[in-house]
Design a protein around this ligand. Structure first.
Ligand code: MF3
Ligand code: CO
Ligand code: CO
Length: 290
């Protein structure tokens, strides 16, 4: 019988990768993180989310890689850009035309106005690339102008919650341990963890088992094993956890219109703990304010 690939899956359908596969994930993760580094200077008051998305698409192409999101379930953009009370899957708008002259419809005009970043906006930019068949998926927060102190705190707590989750990763720990670490940290800061979206296994596929919940009980869920690859991507709200998806069937927002933040890393389980595939090459992942 032909064996098409080596390696195995657990009884929960979670793939156990080979040591050599870490290099593929590392290359894909590094490109995604590099793009998030490079895009930082393009986030400013007056910029449009559509223009940012176009820059991201161009950077992916220039690197000889592919966007995982263009064409994914009908999605047409190289990134998701989620501003303020958008929780995730925000759709970037159309870029501002280089020269005027053409007639644009009232609708499009309004849409473009909506896509312009305003002073104090906070936004998540989420990019997934495919390099040599491996998927690198990461997102982080940016600000336009000067955010409120509350918004800054939300961003810091969300970042640190992701890192608490990653610290819980080691062979023998469980997925419940990850969710519990995140939830405990977020709720200690009187913020709420979104339940309606989760992290996911990935590797040579975009979304694979398991669902990586950002809340839960210590000791619950599948046991982590060396060679598992997955994302951790907590979404944290200043208000209540409830979300709803808009008529475009993508944009998820907080029901109470409170601000929401998210950070995402793609990681692999090693003998010692976790390898973060999407570390920022220039150490820019963690936001600094002031
Ligand atoms: N990158 C997202 C994630 O973290 C998925 C985006 S799918 C899209 O899983 F189609 F909305 F782009
Ligand atoms: Co993801
Ligand atoms: Co993502």
């Amino acid at each position: 019988m032909n064996q098409t690939h080596r390696g195995r899956s657990t009884r929960d359908g979670i793939r156990i990768h080979e040591t050599a596969d870490f290099a593929g994930m590392h290359a894909a993760g590094r490109l995604a993180a590099q793009i998030l580094d490079d895009i930082a200077e393009h986030v400013f008051v007056g910029q449009t989310t559509g223009a940012i998305d176009q820059l991201i698409e161009d950077k992916i192409t220039a690197a000889g890689a592919k966007s995982a999101t263009i064409g994914y379930k009908g999605y047409r953009h190289a990134s998701c850009i989620s501003v303020n009370h958008v929780v995730c899957h925000g759709i970037p708008g159309a870029p501002i035309p280089k020269s005027g002259g053409e007639t644009i419809s009232r609708d499009l005009e309004k849409r473009r106005a909506d896509d312009v970043l305003k002073d104090g906006d906070i936004l998540n930019i989420d990019v997934t690339v495919i390099v040599d068949g491996w998927f690198g998926d990461t997102s982080r927060m940016y600000v336009a102008g000067r955010p409120s102190r509350k918004a800054e705190r939300l961003i810091e707590v969300t970042h640190d919650a992701l890192m608490k989750g990653i610290e819980a990763v080691r062979p023998g720990a469980t997925f419940g341990d990850i969710g519990h670490a995140i939830q405990a940290y977020v709720e200690a800061h009187r913020m709420s963890v979104v339940r309606d979206f989760c992290g996911h296994g990935l590797g040579r596929v975009f979304h694979a088992p398991p669902n990586v919940l950002h809340y839960g009980r210590a000791g619950a869920g599948p046991v982590l094993e060396e060679g598992m690859f997955f994302t951790i991507e907590p979404m944290v709200n200043l208000g209540r956890a409830a979300t709803e998806v808009l008529d475009d069937e993508w944009t998820a927002v907080t029901r109470d219109k409170s601000l929401s933040a998210q950070f995402e890393h793609s990681i692999g389980v090693t003998a010692q703990g976790a390898e973060i595939f999407t570390l920022s090459p220039s150490g820019r992942f963690r936001p600094s304010f002031g």
